[in-house]
Design a protein around this ligand. Structure first.
Ligand code: KG4
Ligand code: ZN
Length: 348
């Protein structure tokens, strides 16, 4: 089944052509146009600017996806689009484009949830990964653990009660003078944090109860307080950067605490039988983090679990993952009429 997939939930405009069947999962093209440089000027995503940039980019991005895959619209079998969750103005650009395209070419329209799509990224590269697994989705807006059954049935067993892990990475990165989004640069700055013993002690994001929930806001606030008192102690002028050794210690201690908190909750869930010995999928933008990948690799190895992590190009927002999820939604009969709407918050 040849699917044109469209993703525009935040600050990436993406279109992909995927060829999916019960035993084929092929990405024929996956074009991602990122608006990061524009939003970096403001230190974060400006929703109004994001919507306009999607409007400007979407036709070229879809044309490029078709051209790269050497596919003509009349060869397609369906159009898929992310319709929740995300920035409403951004989502509406992709949804409106997909509706017009589906109508013009008489194609079925498949709505896709962005979080489910992140998990489905792992399916694209792993033909032996089937529909029953535990998914840990760690992105700029979500940090959640799900039981996944039959590809499309997602049951949340734990989630962040406040900030997402990616949001915390970006805020701490900004505090350390890194440009938006700070996640990837924080990854480098925290090099070696797995083995370092830091004198800086930070709170765990694993909430101290029997749930599998997280709080990343407490961790972030502890870093803000530490940076403020350090700046006073070192008598730094406003705008003057922290010395490199402090920046490295902060990034390292933050990353170590974040990864340890996630592993702690996964261990508790596994020990209590609340996650099964099914494969584990780590996905979402923060799944690109080398320290988190290593920590989950060790966790999976210790517990005899098979771990699947999309390659870095499929961790961040992209349309191929939307196409992968769309195939399984379509198979269970999910299509949308042309009255399809977009929703800022999703209900898996
Ligand atoms: O999934 P995603 O592309 O967008 C959302 O759906 O939110 O995730 C973006 C997030 C950003 O917060 C970004 O800083 C973070 O993923 N990120 C990373 C890394 N690469 C991207 N965080 C930590 N380490 C990385 N290597
Ligand atoms: Zn995402």
């Amino acid at each position: 089944m040849l699917i044109l997939a469209i993703e525009s939930s935040c600050d990436e405009t993406s279109a992909a052509i995927v060829d999916m069947s019960d035993d084929t999962r092929k990405v024929l093209s996956n074009i991602v146009y990122t608006q990061i440089a524009t939003h970096a000027l403001y230190g974060g995503v400006v929703p109004e600017i994001a919507s306009r940039a999607h409007c400007e980019a979407i036709c070229c991005v879809v044309e490029a996806a078709l051209e790269k895959a050497s596919i003509k619209p009349d060869e397609l079998d369906a159009v898929a689009v992310t319709n929740s969750p995300g920035l409403i103005g951004s989502l509406l650009v992709g949804v409106s484009f997909a509706k017009a395209f589906a109508y013009a070419h008489s194609l079925p329209l498949i709505p896709v949830d962005h979080i489910k799509a992140h998990a489905a990224a792992a399916l694209l590269e792993n033909p032996k990964l089937y529909g029953d697994y535990t998914a840990l989705i760690v992105s700029g807006s979500h940090t959640s653990i799900y039981h996944v059954k039959d590809y499309t049935d997602f049951r949340e067993i734990g989630a962040s009660r406040d900030d997402a892990a990616g949001e915390a990475f970006d805020k701490v990165g900004r505090l350390l003078g890194l440009s938006y989004p700070g996640g990837a640069a924080m990854d480098k700055l925290a090099e070696g944090c797995e083995t370092q013993k830091y004198s800086l002690k930070l709170p765990s994001p694993a909430i101290a109860d029997d749930s599998y929930d997280f709080s990343f806001s407490g961790l972030k606030t502890a870093v803000i307080n530490h940076v403020n008192s350090l700046r006073m102690k070192l008598s730094l002028a406003s705008g003057e950067p922290l010395p490199e050794e402090h920046r490295k210690e902060i990034a390292g201690a933050f990353t170590a605490s974040l990864t340890a908190g996630i592993v702690k909750k996964l261990t508790a869930a596994l020990d209590r039988g609340d996650i099964a010995h099914t494969p584990l999928v780590l996905a979402g933008g923060v799944a690109a983090n080398s320290h988190l990948r290593k920590a989950l690799g060790d966790f999976a190895h210790r517990n005899g679990l098979k771990l699947y992590m999309p390659s870095l190009s499929l961790c961040g927002d992209n349309a191929a993952m939307v196409g992968a999820m769309a195939y399984y939604e379509y198979k269970r009969g999910v299509t949308a009429p042309l009255s399809l709407n977009a929703f800022a918050s999703g209900d898996l």
